[in-house]
Write a protein that binds this ligand. Structure first.
Ligand code: ARG
Length: 463
């Protein structure tokens, strides 16, 4: 049998593979609330414009409400033969209200319908992710405040560089998450325009009031070009780009947690809540959640890649290729949400081993820069010369296998005679971090100020 929705000119039904390749209902059912809301707004507008009767509009709205609760309660039977969410809902509407259902699709196409639904869905999803990122920032900022003065090794090239504070390190991720939220907000503000009323691609001869529909659906405005409205998926690409960057940020912290919790490093502990054991090695405590955040980041980036590739070289206007925009996106955004949640949990859970952190912070001559700075500030040496002198002192200490602050003043004087014992004031890791008071620097008092500032900002957001 040919399709009831579009089969007028067809004599036979589709080949079996058509259902398999064509059906999107397995994933686009996620859009049911948006599809119903958009249909209700459309019907109401059609009635107000005298395009359908008020009675038809009432029946349509009533039928759609019934469908909403059927789907919500799991009673609705989705049919793959009906391809997608739009036709599943319309077909059920016909069962419920009869011929009036057939008037809903006046001045509308699945092309503007799906673009509208997906924008509405994305707008909501971004709100969820934004809230989750806010919780993640709060967890980081709270831990940062608690550890504003906890000294840890700061690395570059994964080599000992300079001591930093654990709080400072965590606040770096708060800043990243803040830009992530900014990117989502940008994407959300740009996507908030309404395709509905563009019909298949060219607009329609019916006297629509697109402003009315846009207002009902809380879009900023109807889209100004019908071809653009049905055929661009830049809002998908942009949101997934934001999602990919956010996931990459999470995945970097995940990798750090993996490093820190390795027994070889031992800077941080995760509790039983966020570790798993091994079925063969009884001693194991594996940071699975952190590893999975890294792994799942691949999925999120994969979804971005997929939509970029689908869209490149697609001529205007709608092409069925674009149906591939949804499965990966829906998956990617829920994957990201899970990753944020897991990271928030791990951040709250992790306990730094402060003694070990402090000891590790002093390894590898990490206060050498402080010595060079002392030479500049106290002996008025040009920095390049101070760097050279410090290098010789480090070499001396390294030969005797002692840390800088354990080298004798006499040994230092052999290299630079003007050095005085006040140099020892700057060689401890605590003094080193305390001295980094430049704006944005790692000094505990800076970190406390920044952490409090973030917590205040995050509190305000909640009100
Ligand atoms: N399921 C389709 C999609 O996601 C809806 C639009 C179908 N339009 C069409 N002309 N076949 O893209």
């Amino acid at each position: 049998m040919s399709n009831k929705m579009w089969g007028g000119r067809f004599t036979s039904g589709p080949d079996a593979i058509m259902e398999t390749i064509g059906a999107s209902i397995d994933f686009d059912w996620h859009l049911y609330r948006q599809d119903i809301a958009a249909s209700k707004a459309h019907a109401e507008m059609l009635a107000k414009q005298g395009i359908i009767t008020k009675d038809d509009a009432r029946q349509i709205a009533h039928g759609l409400d019934t469908i909403l609760s059927e789907i919500g309660s799991g009673k609705f039977k989705f049919k793959r033969a009906l391809e997608d969410i739009h036709m599943n809902i319309e077909s059920r509407l016909a069962e419920l209200i009869g011929p009036a259902a057939g008037r809903l699709h006046t001045a509308r196409s699945r092309n503007d319908q799906v673009a509208t639904d997906f924008r509405l869905w994305m707008r909501e999803r971004i709100d969820d992710i934004n809230a989750l990122l806010g919780d993640y920032q709060r967890a980081l900022a709270e831990k940062a405040l608690e550890h504003a003065g906890t000294v840890m090794p700061g690395l570059t090239h994964l080599q000992s560089a300079q001591p930093v504070t654990f709080g400072h390190h965590l606040l770096a991720y708060v800043e990243m998450a803040s830009r992530d939220r900014g990117r989502f907000a940008d994407a959300q503000s740009r996507l908030n325009e309404m395709p509905l009323g563009s019909a298949a691609l060219a607009g329609t001869s019916f006297p629509l009031d697109r402003n009315m529909t846009a207002e009902a659906l809380e879009f900023d405005r109807p889209m100004a070009n019908s071809l653009d409205a049905v055929s661009d998926r830049d809002f998908v690409m942009e949101t997934l780009a934001a999602a990919s960057i956010a996931a990459i940020h999470l995945s970097r912290l995940a990798e750090e947690i993996i490093l820190w919790t390795s027994p070889l490093v031992g800077l941080v502990k995760l509790s039983d809540k966020f570790t798993t054991g091994s079925s063969i090695m009884p001693q194991k405590r594996n940071p699975d959640a952190a590893e999975l955040v890294k792994g799942k980041t691949g999925r999120v980036i994969g979804a971005l890649n997929a939509i970029l590739i689908v869209m490149k070289g697609l001529p205007l206007a709608y092409g069925r290729d674009m149906q591939e925009d949804k499965e990966g996106t829906i998956d990617a955004l829920s994957t990201l949400a899970v990753c944020i949640d897991a990271m928030t949990g791990m951040v709250r859970d992790m306990t730094p081993d402060t003694e070990r952190m402090k000891a590790a912070a002093g390894e590898g001559y990490s206060t050498a820069t402080d010595l060079a700075d002392w030479l500049v500030q106290n002996l008025k040496m040009p920095f390049r010369d101070a760097h050279h002198v410090t290098g010789r002192i480090v070499a001396q200490a390294s030969k005797g296998n002692v840390p800088l602050h354990e080298l004798s003043l006499a040994d230092m004087k052999k290299i630079e005679s003007k050095i005085t014992k006040s140099v020892f004031d700057v060689l401890s890791v605590e003094r080193s971090v305390q001295s980094r008071v430049s704006y944005g620097g790692t000094a505990p008092k800076n970190v406390a100020v920044q952490a409090k500032k973030w917590l205040k900002t995050l509190d305000k957001e909640r009100q």
